[in-house]
Design a protein around this ligand. Structure first.
Ligand code: GAR
Length: 221
């Protein structure tokens, strides 16, 4: 187990929560020095909320639909998140576009996972689009969130091959398996104080990254 102090994490989800589960599992086993302080979903009744409850983590539902606009929803979200005093807020399948008001509030302490090798395939249906584009490699990225959709500085990526015969579901499953290793690794580095956002660049161990880290690059323990 790492000697890093435990950081407080708030996790935002919209659905299944399998990435959340990977984090909860590693937190419970002591592999990851985090306390998951709360899980918040903008969709009521989703599976990820059950996963959090099973792990004894406080949950909140904050449906975005009644809010007049994005800033109004985001102000309510910030009001729910900040009392938990998180060191890091992570988007784990949180399917809402965020405005600069929100992303600036959490600048340098807001991560997202995106199922592509950014900057390729921002937005939705990434697996389908990677196959259609004839890519022979695909994967997932963890990035600091800034106001540009799926455009913030990339920290680390996991790569998988695209194989003949893949359909979007098969490829998504291959990527997801890597996502479950990728997110805990990025969180561990952050907890260890090895990752910072400097302007629009990522610093790792005190040096600006010229390109994203690869998951294999550092066992990280
Ligand atoms: C994951 O594949 C994640 O990369 C993706 O949603 C899925 C959530 O799965 N996120 C995005 O597409 C964000 N643009 P999960 O709820 O089982 O963790």
């Amino acid at each position: 187990m790492s000697a890093a102090r435990k950081i407080r994490l708030v996790v935002l989800i919209s659905g299944r929560g399998s990435n959340l589960q990977a984090i909860l599992d590693q937190a419970a086993s002591g592999e990851l020095p985090v306390e998951v302080a709360a899980v918040i979903s903008n969709r009521p009744g989703v599976q990820g909320l059950e996963r959090a409850q099973r792990a004894g983590v406080p949950t909140l539902e904050l449906d975005h639909q009644p809010y007049a606009d994005r800033p109004a929803f985001e102000a309510a979200l910030i009001e729910r998140i900040d009392p938990y005093q998180p060191d890091l807020v992570i988007l784990a399948g949180f399917m809402r576009v965020l405005t600069a008001g929100f992303t600036e509030h959490y600048r340098g302490r807001l991560f997202n996972i995106h199922p592509s090798l950014l900057p390729k395939f921002r937005g939705l249906h990434t697996h389908e689009r990677a196959i259609a584009a004839g890519e022979d490699e695909h994967g997932a990225s963890i990035h600091f969130v800034t106001a540009e959709l799926d455009g913030g500085p990339v920290i680390v990526q996991a790569r998988v091959p695209v194989l003949s015969g893949d359909d979007p579901d098969i490829l998504a499953a291959r990527v997801l398996e890597q996502e479950h290793r990728l997110y805990p690794q990025a969180i561990r580095w952050f907890a260890e104080g090895r990752l910072q956002l400097m302007g629009e660049q990522v610093c790792f161990d005190g040096a600006v990254l010229e390109q994203p880290l690869r998951l294999e690059q550092d066992g990280g323990r």
